[in-house]
Every structure is written in structure tokens, then in C-alpha cells.
Design a binder for this molecule. Structure first.
Ligand code: ZN
Length: 360
């Protein structure tokens, strides 16, 4: 009796849900179809330097209200500090890309420093959304041959821009809208995830584009140009389908890969760590770097076979030149001693937290 009574409301609720879903689908399908039919070409709206707690969510809201797609070039620092906002970009169907870790003038860095800026950001974004970017925009659009070769080693396509909105220079909303009128099919416009003027420009930019038969899309990792949102190959694809195609799209055999294993001996005032780097790729590697985090209170007092910087916290170890290259399948062992500063207490537990090896 009571069982029968309970079932009835459930059926009513289910029927209501089905009716609502049906209505929603009937509304969505024609809209998608008409949107596709009106597109004579695609442009890419790009927003740099986020995610930012003050603006990213509102920017995403404005883009969604306008039915627009966009590409977010995030810094690694901001992605690490605000992973939920990177997830929000992903959830909204936006493209998430790499804009360096700390926004330096990349061309003033060594190849190893460039690799660190890029790889730390790849890791921060992967930790936030589970996939790694395929696009990289150097800060200030400054690039050179060394940077391009480091980008290639991470499978990244460099994206600069065709149109500069000059929002960073204080352009008004009207001026940003006017700049976007210069976009052509395939083109990319530079904007920033920082300014209210930029957020306010979204509806008018999208309306102007529509009047010219242009739609907003994604940036193709194959060409670095704007394509349809489902144009294939971008990182909004499930990681399962992306992984097997990763190597062929770079057009070359894997430049290098490495793994790391650790052996740590702790004593009452410090520790000794040996780290064995193994070349797991098919070509010799020489410019590898290793990143790991020391426990709080520990700092490196001496090291060998690598250069370590800084000496506490998150540390990057780079190959010492005298090691030369590591042949495929071969290994090199580096190491260091670390000690507590001030106190004499030994490390209670130690692991090379998040140790990862990358080839630059
Ligand atoms: Zn920037």
C-alpha cells in the first residue's frame, strides 16, 4: 500500500523532467543549426593573463550570454592559484592555453628557463582540468628561434595575434569593439582577462561579427588559426582520443622523454637524496630539468651533477653540462644533501613531492 503510494509521485516527477528536457532540446537544436548555417568564417577571441578571481567568471558569463567561444591564455601562476576558474573555462567549452608561468620576457631567458616557464604551466593547467594545452602565446608576443624550439618540444603551437585590441593600454569599450572590426576569417584578436571595458565589449563584438557572417571559434593547434569550435584537434576533446594522436601531430619522433626515480637517506639533521634520470625517449637528451618540492624547513646545502635553484621550496634541477647527453635507455644519477635550518630535528617523512622530469 504505502509502496504503491510512493511510486506515483515519482512517475509524475519523471514525466515532468522528460517534458522539460524535451522542451529544452526542441529549443536548442534549431538554434545550433541556424548558428552553423550563418558562419562564412571563424575568428578567435583570446583573453590573456587570467584566470583572475575578479573578472574570469564575469567574462565567461558575457561570452556565454553572447553564444561566443574564446581561448584563454592563462599564466601558470594564476592557474595554480585559481584552478576552479580554469575548470570554469573548460566547463563553459572554452579553449585553455599556456601563457608562461610568470609572464617574463621569454627571449631574455635561457632555454632551460624557457622550458621551466612552459612546463610548470602545462602541469598547473593539467592539474586543474586533466588535459594539457596545445597552444602557447609568449608574453608581449616576443619570440625567437630558441623559444620556438622549446615550444616544439612540448608539442605547443605558437599563437601571436592579428589584431591588438589595446585594452591593456586603456582602450575604451568602443575602441575595443572598433579594433575587432579588423578581424578577418581565421584571425585572432588579443584581449585580456583583466578589464571591465573588455568584458563590456563582448556583446557588440559578437553582433558585429555576425553582421559580417563571422562566428567565434577555436584556434587550431595544427595551423594556429581560428577554426570552427568543433574544428578538431583542440584540447576540449576527451584526453582518451587526444593521446594517441599527440606524437603524429608534431610531425617528428618524440624529441626526448625522461623519468625519475629517487633514493633518500634521512639522518637526524638532514638527508641525502640520489635522483636517477632515465632517458625514456628515442633520442639522446641533454637539456633535461627536474622539478620537486623540499619539505618546509629543508634547504639544499650541497649538490652534484646538476645545478639546483632555488635551494628550498619548489626546486628546479638542471643538467650540469659536464654530464653530456643521456642516450636512449641510459641513466644519470644526480644528488644533493639537505638539512634543517636552525633546529636539529630530522625529517619525519620525505618524498620528492611532485618530482617530474622534462626535456627542454
Ligand atoms: Zn600577457
Amino acid at each position: 500500500m504505502s509502496g504503491t503510494r510512493r511510486r506515483r509521485p515519482r512517475i509524475t516527477v519523471l514525466a515532468a523532467v522528460i517534458a522539460t528536457l524535451g522542451a529544452a532540446m526542441a529549443f536548442l537544436i534549431p538554434q545550433t543549426a541556424s548558428q552553423a548555417a550563418d558562419c562564412d568564417g571563424y575568428v578567435a577571441l583570446t583573453y590573456d593573463d587570467g584566470p583572475n578571481p575578479g573578472t574570469t567568471q564575469r567574462l565567461i558569463g558575457a561570452l556565454q550570454a553572447a553564444g561566443a567561444q574564446a581561448t584563454f591564455f592563462n599564466t601558470g601562476q594564476n592557474a595554480q592559484n585559481h584552478p576552479a576558474l580554469v575548470q570554469a573555462q573548460q566547463n563553459a567549452g572554452m579553449q585553455t592555453a599556456n601563457h608562461s608561468w610568470s609572464h617574463p620576457h621569454m627571449t631574455q631567458l635561457s632555454a632551460a628557463e624557457m622550458a621551466s616557464e612552459i612546463s610548470r604551466t602545462q602541469q598547473a593547467i593539467e592539474q586543474a582540468i586533466g588535459t594539457t594545452p596545445t597552444l602557447f602565446r609568449p608574453p608581449y608576443g616576443e619570440t625567437n628561434a630558441t623559444l620556438r624550439s622549446v615550444q616544439a618540444q612540448y608539442g605547443l603551437t605558437e599563437v601571436i595575434w592579428d589584431v591588438d585590441s589595446r585594452d591593456w593600454a586603456g582602450a575604451s569599450t568602443a575602441e575595443i569593439v572598433q579594433a575587432a572590426r579588423g578581424l578577418q576569417n581565421g584571425g585572432v584578436i588579443l584581449m585580456h582577462d583583466t578589464y571591465q571595458t573588455t568584458i563590456d565589449a563582448v556583446p557588440q563584438i559578437v553582433a558585429d561579427l555576425e553582421s559580417r557572417g563571422l562566428c567565434t571559434g577555436m584556434i587550431s593547434p595544427a595551423t594556429g588559426r581560428a577554426v570552427a569550435p568543433d574544428g578538431g584537434g583542440n584540447q576540449t576533446d576527451p584526453p582518451v582520443t587526444e593521446e594517441p594522436t599527440e606524437e603524429p601531430t608534431t610531425g617528428q619522433p618524440p624529441a626526448g622523454a625522461c623519468s625519475v626515480s629517487t633514493a633518500v637517506n634521512a639522518w637526524n639533521t638532514g638527508l641525502t637524496a640520489d635522483l636517477t634520470i632515465t632517458n625514456t625517449g628515442s633520442a639522446p637528451i641533454s637539456s633535461w630539468t627536474l622539478a620537486f618540492t623540499l619539505p618546509a624547513g629543508q634547504s639544499i646545502t650541497s649538490g652534484w651533477n646538476a645545478t639546483y635553484s632555488p635551494d628550498s621550496g619548489r626546486i628546479t634541477a638542471a643538467n650540469a653540462p659536464y654530464n653530456g647527453g643521456i642516450a636512449p635507455g641510459a641513466s644519470v644519477t644526480i644528488g644533493f644533501q639537505a638539512a634543517h635550518s636552525g633546529d636539529q630535528s630530522g625529517p619525519s617523512a620525505f618524498a620528492l613531492n611532485g618530482a617530474s622530469c622534462t626535456v627542454a
